[in-house]
Design a protein around this ligand. Structure first.
Ligand code: GDP
Length: 551
């Protein structure tokens, strides 16, 4: 398609292009895995890739399981800790067995470390679905809960995976009850495990009204390094082979139906119910069933509303949202990559698009897909795909790129910070660089920057969702701006949105300080939740609203 064709709406070629974009969007699924460290995200990612044909991959995903080597560390700090600070996307194709329609799956990676950053949350603004991965022995863990809150806030449908069923753990019903009681999401298993936790034999596929449809019997392979052979058996055959284990699963299925826990597509898409699959990522059990669920149930990319609330359809001309910016990934040539999720239209490398925030043209000559350190050039991409733009200095999370009719999408919300610190340049002579660096890191969304008159500009307060964001700031200050800094933690634990009317009175309270964030929001930092409760009781008229809640 040439530029001339594109500019003639209604022409035959424009119609052809739009129907091919519609088809490309329809076969895409873009999702992220939300989990607590060690639940098996890396192992599951490897297992998914094993079942599919990887298009763009980093040679391997994180190598914690020891099967492959780690690839995604980008700073010394990260290497020393052996964790991944950044997140990117893995793309693969999958052909469902009963269908010849090939699907394209985009798995957007979330940092897996206990230490959170805003990046983790921003990733969830780029996906259409989330897989909530739970360690069956441990149940719901804190980080999973926090990430789930973001999914809920954004209305992202969630598929639940109970992993490590090959290890002794809890019962099916205990795990399901925990999900419904603690997070108010009604679990509706698609499959139930045959054999208790620690004795994973296969999966009972639930049919209409919980009737067992069939039995998928798995066979272990050495170390789970290859796809586990599957045998499909009838319910009768399953009963004769597995006896009591089958009966137990069939009974559970019936019980669940009695309490209305059957999959229903509308409530799933509305974020009220969650289809559940039991897996062993390590043995590759249930992994294909998860892929199948993603293809059959997860929503494809859909239209997105612009700042005025008007939708831009997937078949409209190209537009994308930047959801993450990563700098200094490669110390050899210090670059800055902005990751965008395509919202509408066809992206072709080399096309010149418009950066909505500045109105300036942006050349996409160096577009890449990447996962970890390996990069490959991307030539075309469609709604749902994630593309990295190299040396994208002006781009920040939440920014819009488009071609054709102008569009701007709503900004990504800043998440509630829980860590606060004052930053100063240790040498007074470096003040200019220091200011420039703060401005730069603030615009990239590395950390939130807060100011008030009392503290002045020379010592801004940094607010972070996870303390590692501070380390990124000091490391980049040194490496890129040649400024040594000193960071002093502040004894505040939470932030609330306030307004000008309440600010003066709040400033008089013990354990409270009021700041202006760069986006114009007034934030009251409070020492702890008891102090907050006390103030709310004593001064019920003061504005103290929660920010985008993640805790
Ligand atoms: P992540 O931190 O969520 O990425 O977790 P990993 O994928 O690194 O897994 C953490 C540990 O759990 C590793 O030792 C894995 O081998 C192990 N593991 C992952 N999935 C399974 C599983 O299904 N069964 C068992 N038994 N172990 C698993």
């Amino acid at each position: 398609m040439t530029d001339t064709d594109q500019s003639v709406p209604g022409s035959a070629s424009a119609k052809r292009a739009s129907s091919s974009v519609a088809a490309e969007a329809k076969r895409r699924r873009t999702f992220a895995v939300i989990s607590h460290p060690d639940a098996g995200k890396s192992t599951l990612t490897e297992a998914l890739a094993l079942h599919a044909q990887v298009i763009a991959e980093a040679g391997a995903v994180h190598g914690k399981s020891g099967r492959k080597s780690t690839v995604s560390d980008w700073m010394e700090m990260e290497k020393a800790r052996g964790i991944s600070v950044s997140s990117t996307a893995l793309q693969f194709t999958y052909i469902p067995p009963d269908d010849d329609a090939e699907c394209v799956i985009n798995l957007v990676d979330t940092p897996g470390h206990a230490d959170f950053s805003e990046d983790t949350y921003r990733v969830l603004t780029a996906v259409d679905c989330a897989v909530m991965l739970i360690d069956s022995a441990k149940g719901l863990e804190p980080q999973t809960l926090k990430l789930f809150q973001v999914c809920k806030h954004r209305g992202i449908p969630v598929i639940t995976v109970m992993n490590k069923w090959d290890r002794p753990g809890r019962t099916v019903l205990e795990l399901l009850d925990e999900v419904s009681e603690r997070i108010g999401l009604l679990p509706t298993p698609l499959y139930l495990p045959v054999g208790i936790a620690g004795d994973f034999k296969g999966l009972l596929r639930r049919g209409k009204d919980g009737e067992p449809a069939d039995y998928i019997k798995f066979t272990r392979t050495a170390g789970g390094a290859t796809i586990a052979p599957e045998e499909y058996l009838s319910a009768e055959a399953a009963l004769s082979i597995e006896g009591e284990d089958w009966e137990a699963a069939a009974e559970e299925s019936e019980l669940l139906s009695a309490t209305g826990q059957d999959h229903y597509q509308e409530t799933f898409l509305a974020g009220e119910t969650s289809p559940v699959i039991f897996t062993s990522a390590m043995l590759n059990f249930g992994v294909r069933q998860l892929l199948q669920a993603l293809v059959e149930l997860a929503p494809p990319p859909r239209s997105r509303q612009n700042v005025e609330g008007e939708p831009r359809d997937v078949t409209d001309p190209f537009s994308a949202v930047v959801f993450k910016v990563q700098a200094g990934m490669d110390s050899a040539h210090r670059d800055r990559i902005a990751f965008m999720r395509i919202v509408s239209g066809e992206f072709e490398r080399g096309m010149v698009v418009t950066h909505a925030q500045t109105g300036r043209p942006f050349a996409t000559k160096y577009a890449q897909t990447m996962f970890g350190r390996d990069r490959s050039t991307v030539d075309t991409a469609y709604p749902g795909d994630v593309v990295g733009l190299v040396n994208a200095t002006a781009l920040a999370p939440g920014h819009t790129l488009f071609s054709g009719p102008a569009v701007e999408y709503p900004p990504i919300p800043s998440f509630a910070p829980e860590h606060f610190a004052v930053l100063r340049a240790t040498s007074a002579g470096k003040y200019k660089q220091f200011r420039k660096a703060i401005e730069q890191l603030d615009s990239e969304g590395v950390v939130q920057v807060l100011r008030n008159d009392l503290r002045g500009d020379a010592s801004p307060v940094l607010a972070a969702v996870g303390p590692m964001q501070f380390e990124v700031v000091t490391a980049r200050m040194r490496a890129e701006f040649n400024v040594e800094t000193q960071l002093d933690r502040l004894p505040y634990a939470l932030a609330r949105r306030t307004d000008a009317e309440s600010a003066t009175e709040l400033g008089r309270q013990r354990g409270v300080e009021v700041f202006l964030r760069t986006d114009g929001v007034l934030l009251a930092l409070v020492s702890d939740k008891w102090r907050l409760q006390f103030i709310q009781k004593e001064h019920p008229d003061l504005t103290l609203e929660p920010l985008v809640a993640t805790a």
